[in-house]
Design a protein around this ligand. Structure first.
Ligand code: AMP
Ligand code: FES
Ligand code: ZN
Ligand code: ZN
Length: 308
């Protein structure tokens, strides 16, 4: 009879990439340890850190919130949640889900209302930038707000829920296009530079399938609604290709991630050094242009002109 690798209980999962059958208890331990090992291996957290976790209400960042909450005492750090209300009219459920999780754990949090703070919503911007993928505009807005909030409030680190699947999908996409200068942004830890707060990805070595199972076993409240703009995400196409490769050849994702990181790491600092960083003329945040992408999106959207 099949049994768990560590005990005599019945297995609930077989992890092909590790050739492991695990019962519920040992799977939960395994996943939490995997995240702990990632944090330690890449030196993601220091004692006394003030960490801002960006929570979208989805399975990945919600799971990260629960795991970091568990680790906060062990590693001695302060955890604060940030959820951005992007102002997507047909997609608001994630905000309440995030609040429910913060409240359940007793984690302090901020809901950042884009429309209220900056006068425009993602819906407004999408109507104006008809030639751009909504997800790319959304990405610029999210990165800007999360960094600005962390910087203004003296956070030491920003934790996001990016998974092994996200990052290998992005790696494939950028490598195929030769966008080498983008690769450093996919590192597990992106160090502070100028006014950019250090970003960490504690789930970078964890498979989404495992996160999903963990979240289900733990009965987390998770937003399963999809953003109406999501189907435009080109990255999901590359993630599906990586899924196919992984099915044929288990553990490819983790090997791809580690081997690529090893090779790009020596260049990361160099690439970031040679980027000609200036201060945005409007907001003072770092950018490679005169006016940063966020301020440009905001300015054009508020002016209401159509960009074709
Ligand atoms: P995505 O860009 O949707 O793949 O999300 C990547 C990560 O960004 C998530 O794991 C979260 O940590 C963070 N994130 C996404 N959406 C939001 C949001 N609305 N508010 C705060 N953080 C978010
Ligand atoms: Fe960013 Fe949908 S949440 S485009
Ligand atoms: Zn077991
Ligand atoms: Zn700016």
């Amino acid at each position: 009879m099949k049994r768990c690798f560590y005990c005599t209980r019945k297995p609930i999962v077989y992890l092909r990439y590790a050739d492991l059958q695990l019962c519920e208890i040992h799977f939960i331990n395994y996943l939490e340890n995997r995240v702990r090992k990632t944090i330690e291996k890449y030196n993601m957290i220091k004692s006394g850190d003030k960490i801002l976790i960006a929570v979208s209400g989805g399975k990945d960042s919600t799971t990260l919130l629960h795991i970091l909450y568990k680790l906060a005492k062990e590693y001695n750090f302060i955890l604060h949640g940030l959820t951005i209300d992007l102002g997507i009219e047909r997609y608001r459920s994630y905000i309440q889900v995030a609040i429910n999780n913060y409240k359940k754990l007793g984690v302090n949090y901020t809901i950042f209302d884009l429309k209220k703070e900056y006068g425009f919503s993602l819906d407004d911007a999408v109507k104006v930038f008809t030639n751009r993928k909504p997800c790319s505009i959304c990405g610029i807005i999210k990165r800007y707000i999360i960094n600005e909030y962390a910087y203004d409030n003296n956070f030491d680190r920003i934790a996001t829920g990016h998974t092994l699947d996200d990052i290998t999908g992005l790696l494939l996409f950028h490598i195929l296009r030769g966008n080498i200068s983008y690769l450093p942004k996919l590192s597990p830890v992106l160090e502070t530079k100028h006014k950019m707060v250090t970003r960490i990805k504690p789930l970078i070595e964890t498979y989404e399938k495992d996160i999903e199972l963990y979240a289900r076993l733990k009965s987390f409240s998770i937003d399963t609604n999809k953003c109406p703009y999501y189907h435009n995400a080109i990255i999901s196409f590359y993630k599906r290709i990586m899924d196919k490769i992984e099915r044929k050849s288990p553990s490819t994702k983790i090997l791809f991630l580690r081997s690529t990181l090893k090779r790009i790491n020596p260049y990361v600092k160099g690439i970031l050094e040679i980027q000609n960083i200036k201060m945005c003329k409007k907001c003072g945040m770092p950018t490679t242009k005169e006016i940063c992408s966020f301020c440009r999106i905001r300015q054009v959207t508020l002016n209401g002109q159509q960009v074709k």
